[in-house]
Design a protein around this ligand. Structure first.
Ligand SMILES: Nc1ncnc2c1ncn2[C@@H]1O[C@H](COP(=O)(O)OP(=O)(O)O)[C@@H](O)[C@H]1O
Ligand SMILES: [Mg+2]
Length: 254
């Protein structure tokens, strides 16, 4: 479904992503792990069009998407969340979802004048969908709460809700469980499983290894911009290069 071929990204003298080639097939949940600074977020930025590539190509559903802007890529069905959550704090949870609805006819002037009925129907449809999504991410009781007043973990669920408004085929999540409590982590796991049951593919960056082992069918491991492992999570935990990458980092930090 997603193919990354020979992708490289440099920042000055630093090669943040170094000739990465990987394939995210039609499996449910795929993980991307690696020590801090290994290039995971940079790779996600390139896949979703937020960074340009210095080398390589990226294909999604057999179409080349590298070089396309983020909104074009999301319209093709690939959306993402960010390592640092982005919700609109002064809007309610419901309005956060409505504002994330794609292609709002109401914003096109000629529609406002000539097709008010169509706009009303579209708004109704968005509102119905937003309600379903709030239910799905366990936020129905908080529909009218300002997003800025939700807990950090609830904001993360809301952010997932926002990207679902676009009816994606694949979702990239950057550290979805970082900083959220164990109860919400279980909610999140249920949500991710629910998404895969609906045929939506998940590619996630995650530090919580037991969680990766629990939910990912396949995992990629990066270290210093390179891909050092791809395979089953259980195998990754026993792989000498993976162990060395994590322990080496800890030694250096100590
Ligand atoms: N916009 C940027 N400008 C310069 N250096 C960057 C930028 N983004 C990331 N880097 C560097 O690239 C490397 C990889 O970063 P990142 O992709 O955020 O790693 P990870 O998500 O695996 O922790 C790090 O050394 C980081 O400092
Ligand atoms: Mg990161």
């Amino acid at each position: 479904m997603l193919r990354v071929e020979q992708v490289t990204k440099r920042f000055g003298g630093l090669t943040a992503v170094d000739h990465i080639t990987l394939n995210v097939g039609d499996t449910g949940i795929t993980g991307l792990i690696g020590p801090n600074g290994s290039g995971k977020t940079t790779l996600f930025h390139m896949i979703t069009g937020f960074y340009t590539l210095d080398r390589g190509r990226i294909y999604f559903q057999d179409r080349c998407i590298s070089g396309r802007p983020p909104h074009t890529i999301s319209r093709q069905g690939m959306v993402r969340t960010f390592q640092h959550t982005r919700v609109l704090p002064f809007m309610t949870a419901m309005d956060n979802l409505l504002s994330a609805a794609p292609d709002q006819a109401g914003e096109r002037l000629c529609s406002v004048f000539f097709r008010p009925g169509r706009i009303r129907r579209e708004e109704e449809a968005h509102r119905e969908r937003a309600k379903e999504i709030l239910e799905f991410v366990h936020l129905t009781p908080l529909s009218h709460q300002l997003a800025g007043r939700l807990s950090f973990g609830q904001q993360k669920l809301l952010e997932i809700g926002r990207v679902l408004m676009a009816r994606p085929r694949m979702i990239l999540l950057d550290e979805p469980t970082a900083g959220i409590n164990p109860t919400l982590i279980r909610h999140l796991v249920n949500i991710l499983r629910g998404l895969t049951a609906r045929g939506i593919r998940i590619f996630l960056i995650e530090h919580n290894m037991p969680l990766v082992a629990e939910i990912c069918e396949k995992v990629f491991v990066m270290d210093s911009g390179r891909l050092i492992f791809s395979g089953l999570p259980a195998e990754a935990r026993q792989d000498a290069r993976v162990i060395e990458a994590y322990l080496g980092r800890e030694d250096r930090a100590a």
